[in-house]
Design a protein around this ligand. Structure first.
Ligand SMILES: C[S@@+](CC[C@H](N)C(=O)[O-])C[C@H]1O[C@@H](n2cnc3c(N)ncnc32)[C@H](O)[C@@H]1O
Length: 351
């Protein structure tokens, strides 16, 4: 899977080189899209024009729509998002969320779940199962619900999320091939779907596998979905770990990873957490984390009709996650993007 990814760099751990890399990344971070001024977006006329465009989308959807119409909507919203200043986008976002088009796109069960947040937070594991195409309610959906779900789960962000799952499966598999008694820890494990392909094919029974998630319902689903695996499941949040809880469960890991978590964390919490994860590794162990990139062309739709804002980050920000790790303890840093550029992968190997 890795060879399908766009590989960016393997950084040597020489501190002098790293300082230079830091400067390089700071320079990169400054290269951002110039915000559109209030004279083009943000004045009432411009807002009206945007809402009129959404009315047009709605009319198309009301009569008959095809996947191109929906793609155009995604592209329209993301372009708007990137061309607006943060302040303007916040205002626009709130107006778009209330537009009548929402009622139509919420026929997609994935968009609807994201917007309604039945578990109180965005991006729960049931929603991610839609992106994995693992939800079992497909047969019960209406034609239009299925049609919209197919379109949404064919968008680049969904494709990237499925690749992310494959990459995790691949990493676990590689580690278990080398060390069948390895300890694997997944933080924010959701439904632990990356284990599905491994359950019958690897000597997974000799490994210690720990899944941690704040959501007890997701942990309950794991028990049903993977009844033959002996897993250690911990109902805990990032803050529990930061406070020093569950030390034994998370120590001496050979792989400590988190998929779909860092996109929710502030920079400072991300730095603390990754240092903690790295500190709990065995020598030679690996931390793997992921984060959406700004190249995600679905960001506008996600932030409006799905009400699912994620912290997209540039490479410099991701590299900055390592700031609190003693640099001489890092044997290797790999930072790369998935095939369609939507997701960053950061892998840190401990000396
Ligand atoms: C986007 S899902 C990803 C699930 C799984 N890792 C995957 O990739 O399929 C995010 C998961 O993170 C969990 N989560 C979010 N914030 C968390 C926190 N602060 N501590 C622990 N788990 C958290 C949620 O409960 C949810 O299961």
């Amino acid at each position: 899977m890795q060879n399908r990814s766009q590989f960016i760099q393997v950084f040597p751990t020489d501190p002098t080189t790293q300082t230079k890399q830091n400067h390089h990344f700071k320079a990169l971070r400054r290269t951002t899209v110039a915000p559109v001024t209030q004279s083009t977006i943000g004045v009432p006329d411009a807002t009206r024009a945007i809402l009129t465009r959404l009315d047009t989308f709605k009319s198309q959807f009301d009569s008959q729509f095809n996947s191109d119409d929906v793609s155009n909507l995604f592209e329209f919203l993301s372009t708007l998002r990137w061309q607006s200043s943060a302040e303007t986008w916040t205002k626009l976002r709130n107006q778009i969320k209330c537009h009548a088009l929402g009622r139509l796109v919420h026929q997609d069960p994935c968009t609807r779940r994201s917007y309604q947040k039945p578990r109180g937070y965005a991006g729960d594991a049931v929603l991610i199962d839609y992106l994995y195409r693992l939800n079992d309610d497909y047969q019960h959906l209406s034609r239009i619900e299925r049609q919209l779900l197919d379109i949404v789960t064919n968008r680049p962000s969904a494709i990237a999320v499925r690749e992310r799952l494959d990459i995790a499966t691949q990493r676990i598999s590689e580690i278990l091939q080398k060390k069948p008694t390895a300890k694997i820890v997944s933080l924010a494990c959701g439904h632990f779907r990356e284990l599905l392909p491994l359950q019958h094919t690897h000597p997974i029974d000799r490994a210690t596998i720990v899944g941690i998630d704040q959501d007890p319902d997701s942990l309950a689903t794991i028990k049903t979905a993977l009844p033959n695996l002996s897993l250690s499941l911990v109902n805990a949040s990032v803050m529990h770990l930061i406070k020093g809880h569950y030390f034994a469960q998370t120590s001496n890991a050979d792989l400590f990873y988190a998929l779909g978590l860092f996109d929710y964390l502030s920079d400072s919490l991300a730095q603390r957490l990754i240092a903690l994860m790295f500190g709990r590794l065995n020598p030679g162990g690996t931390v793997l984390i992921t984060n959406f990139t700004p190249k995600n062309p679905d960001i506008g739709y996600m932030e409006t009709f799905m009400d699912w804002p994620l912290k997209v980050r540039e490479s410099a920000d991701i590299y900055g996650f390592t700031n609190q790790i003693p640099q001489h303890d890092i044997a290797e840093i790999k930072l790369y993007r998935g095939t369609n550029d939507c997701i960053w992968y950061l892998e840190l190997k401990k000396r």
